[in-house]
Design a protein around this ligand. Structure first.
Ligand code: SF4
Length: 592
């Protein structure tokens, strides 16, 4: 309730005025300190009145590669020309807006725009200062012929119908249908597409097995990893599949309510999903008495107050429960004690959206579409230095070569491939050729001839298990980096993202992520020596071992992979002569 109230207040006033917070505290009978506890955590909320025009320029990887910093500096100069006090126009950086295929992305007074030249953005700023109505480019909602959508954009609720028609008229039980649905999900090998890769059928069955009068299904649509924007397209182009997948999950788990948690910057996607819920309810496929079965499962949208950490499932639950989005210690897992301490199925958007077609067409249909001995299909967001960045529905096992050079049209501006980030900032950077001795032995044996000295990354089949076997991670954010990129600068950018988004709950991540940024800055400034490099490795390993959640555990990857796979980049800076003396890194500086 607090989050929704603060969202509404912020929308009405543009910030959270103190007197309004006090009035809200009285009206909803919640202590003022609780409102501040929430309001001070999330980046969406503003506690002070801002300038007339707020410009935010994305500072993360894909926009960084497409000149976001120059764009930001150019518009900052304009803001200064308009009013040097900064009261009229304020220009700042912002974390990934999920528009990486149209980088650089910006917001002007919270309205997301993308792919603008500096001249375009200057015009937008002048229009906003003159209070002209903002221009709005609506994104296409049409279907793209994806295999995930058995209805090609015309929802028919066949999967929900198939399930409720298995209802035993005598007992009212759906057991037979649910057993079949779970079996098809098992055969399909569908796993969580948000990164955790937990088998979907096991998660749903675990909640089904819990004895509780109240259970939930939560869809994690808080897509915020830089370079990831596939859920954005799925939410907007096929929201009916998400609603149907939610209902299948709800009926399977015996859940009483479903929430679709979507990042607040996805205005059009929120609208599309709300429309889909309304339409499904009108058709009788969601809400009360689903298709005349007497079974009910209402679904609603929960708009996120922002922050990358909300993509971590337990942090997301904390936000939904009106607390600071700090990850919980596990166990217990959400299947046992999730939202409001009740058994909860939490799945990513794409995971839920695959379930209707798998149930209708059978688990083998999905499983057998993988290639190169891999199983299933997935959606990949590719961005960076490629000609056709975008979202592609591809088989697991598609090679890096196929993804970059066929689907995404090859490298932009005739560049050669210099590096790949197969999981956005989280997985770090990999070179096009990897020396055999840098590969795990089992991977080298399986993928290289006996005399092979290098593994050609273009031959890598993209499958989470194979990429993990290589020593990497595969997410939905695939970023290709061209030869003109400054890789140390890129590692700094990736590390800054984690520093900016650390929730601060645990010391290794809160302090360590800041120290990593300082170290890479010192490296670039020629203030780094070999001992510091060892210290950086040691700090990284400590963070991996001791951070509470995935953010702190992956935060060292940009620097560690740079040091491992691109040692020449670091050596060139270590060997710099004539710079200032090497500096010391004190953990104490940051703590105080
Ligand atoms: S690892 Fe980082 S993001 Fe995760 S709980 Fe600790 S401080 Fe928060």
């Amino acid at each position: 309730m607090i989050v929704q109230e603060l969202n509404a207040l912020q929308q009405r006033c543009g910030f959270l005025p103190d007197e309004e917070l006090r009035a809200l505290s009285r009206r909803i009978d919640v202590p003022l300190h609780r409102l501040h506890e929430v309001a001070s955590f999330f980046p969406h909320y503003r506690l002070k009145k801002g300038p007339e025009v707020e410009v935010r320029v994305c500072r993360d990887v894909s926009c960084h590669l497409r000149g976001a910093e120059q764009l930001r500096d150019g518009v900052k100069a304009l803001a200064n020309e308009i009013d040097p006090t900064g009261k009229v126009v304020e220009v700042e950086g912002v974390s990934c807006l999920g528009q990486c295929d149209h980088a650089p992305a910006v917001t002007v007074n919270d309205r997301v725009d993308h792919g603008l030249s500096e001249q375009d953005l200057r015009s937008r700023v002048h229009e906003a200062v003159s209070r002209e109505p903002p221009r709005h480019r609506r994104a296409d909602r049409g279907p793209l012929g994806w295999k995930i959508d058995p209805y090609d954009g015309n929802p028919r609720d066949e999967a929900v119908r198939k399930l409720v028609e298995t209802r035993d008229p005598r007992t009212g039980s759906l057991s037979g249908g649910i057993d079949d649905l779970l079996e098809q999900l098992k055969i399909s090998t569908l796993r969580g597409m948000g990164g955790a890769r937990f088998p979907t059928h096991l998660k749903w069955a675990a909640v089904r097995a819990q004895a509780s009068d109240v259970k939930y299904v939560v869809c994690n649509g808080d897509e915020s990893e830089p370079g990831t924007f596939k859920d954005r397209e799925l939410l907007r182009r096929a929201p009916h599949l998400l609603v149907e997948g939610m209902v299948l999950a709800g009926l399977t788990g015996g859940a009483t309510k479903g929430y679709i948690y979507i990042r607040h910057e996805y205005h059009e996607e929120i609208e599309a999903v709300e429309d889909a819920i309304r339409e499904a309810t009108a058709r009788g496929a969601c809400g009360t008495d689903i298709l005349g079965s007497g079974l009910s499962f209402p679904v609603e949208v929960f708009v996120s107050p922002g922050g990358y950490i909300c993509g971590e499932e337990s942090a997301l639950l904390e936000a939904m429960e009106d607390r600071r989005a700090e990850p919980r210690n596990k166990p217990p897992f959400p299947t046992v004690a999730g939202l409001f301490n009740k058994p909860t199925i939490i799945n990513n958007v794409e995971t839920l959206m695959w379930t209707p077609s798998i149930y209708l067409k059978g688990g083998e249909w999905y499983r057998d579409q993988g290639i190169n001995a891999c199983k299933g299909l997935w959606f990949c967001s590719i961005s960076g230095d490629v000609r056709a960045p975008g979202v592609y529905e591809v088989p697991f096992g598609v090679t890096v070569r196929d993804l970059i050079y066929r689907r995404a049209g090859g490298m932009s501006r005739g560049q050669r491939l210099r590096a790949v980030a197969p999981s956005g900032p989280s997985g770090g950077l990999f070179p096009p050729l990897i020396r055999r001795d840098l590969l795990p032995e089992a991977f080298a044996k399986a993928h290289l001839p006996d005399a092979g000295a290098f593994f050609d990354l273009l031959d890598l089949p993209l499958d989470p298990d194979i990429v993990r076997g290589m020593g990497g991670m595969l997410g939905a954010a695939f970023v290709a980096v061209g030869e003109h990129a400054d890789l140390v600068g890129l590692a700094l950018n990736l590390s800054e993202f984690f520093r900016n988004e650390s929730c601060g709950k645990c010391v290794p991540c809160r302090v360590g992520s800041q120290k990593l940024v300082e170290m890479i800055r010192a490296l670039r400034a020629g203030q780094f020596d070999r001992e510091h490099l060892e210290l950086a490795r040691s700090l990284g390993n400590t963070m991996i071992l001791t951070s509470i959640c995935g953010l702190g555990q992956v935060a060292p990857n940009p620097l560690l992979t740079l040091a491992k796979y691109f040692p020449e980049e670091i050596e060139a800076l270590l060997d710099r002569r004539g710079g200032p003396p090497a500096r010391e890194f004190s953990m104490f500086e940051t703590i105080v």
